[in-house]
Design a protein around this ligand. Sequence first.
Ligand code: SF4
Length: 423
Amino acid sequence: MTRHFSEIPRFKDVSQNEWDDWRWQLRNRLSTLEDFEAILNLDEKQRADLQACMGKFRVSVTPYYASLMDPDDPGCPVRMQGVPTPAELVVRQEDLKDAVSEDFDSPTPRITHRYPDRVLFVVTEMCSMYCRHCTRRRLVGGTEDIVAQEQIDNAIKYIERAPEVRDVLISGGDPLVLSDDTLEEIIARVRAIDHVEIIRIGSRVPVVCPQRITPELCAMLKKYHPLYLNTHFNHPKEFTADSKRACDMLNDAGIPLGNQSVLMRGINDCANVMKRLCHKLVQYRVKPYYYYQCDLAEGTAHFRTSVAKGIEIAESLRGHTTGFAVPVYIIDAIGGGGKTPVMPNYVISQAPGQVVLRNYEGVISKYTEPDDYVEPECHCEDCEADRKRLGVAGLFDSDTPTMQDVWAARMQKVVDRKNRMKD
Ligand code: SF4
């Protein structure tokens, strides 16, 4: 049961205007033992545990998100995402600082260029709340100062020099903690680059600080279409009138919304919870896009599930609910392997001309392939220019490279991209 903020002693004197002001929310974040003691009912052990694990990774929770926490239940899915536990202090052998090797694929600070036609642009290290499961925790909260202008300038210079980049993901930290003016300056510079077709923003504020979504922000963002926003709901308890208002405003500004969840032990590792989450998302006009296997980031082992659990959830969603409401299960592979979809196998056998499939009910059927299909000679612009495909898809091209060639080409790309910044 969610409490109205006025029912929480700590916030009883806060006016509605203050509560609705995102700057007030940021200024009044909870970050000390005393802050949490004021909103949670902690026994001696819980108090000692909380004290013990403060300080290793940044802690900060908006009053809004804290108001969704169950004061008596340490297993509350909202509380688990915001309040640290001693489990964070455990570092396992498989844990990594940079869990998905973003730094390896960084040609210049603030940019990760891993995939062929898109880059990640980290414009701030600050978030409105620091999630206990964050994969970028090596970086976030390091500084809440504005990123050095020189780094922003160099990042934009890199995008200008990379004509293959058609998609820029502006992320952080959380880019929506920046002021409208600062954010607009960055977005406008990216939008002015001819070869950038789309801009995406990654932000958790619709979930943890929905007050940040203001009419002024939406009016600014809609000037830079096509612009998309991916957010990060993990549990049905995170849907409130405030988060709905935030999503509605963004949608009404023509900004398509997607959601990336993290599969987490004790929070959403249940097919029914995940289905309710997806149903809530589509009601809020947010497309369930991915759910991630929890990365091997340091201090997050206690959240990880088996991969089998992720596949079981996929099995429980596909066919059982609207296809549009089914997110793709992703493992972000270590070493810069990138986002790898994982799913149950629906093709159960094959013979020349025939494919045997099974559906979600276990019904087995046969698809008969056309016996007169021959690969056409394609005359599209890319085929005419004999543009080679990359990676595994490149193995299908006529002068088939070996996997060693594929790996060598990947390493060469890392070097070439860094060289772009040499003068
Ligand atoms: S909002 Fe995103 S980047 Fe920030 S701490 Fe949470 S998961 Fe990490």
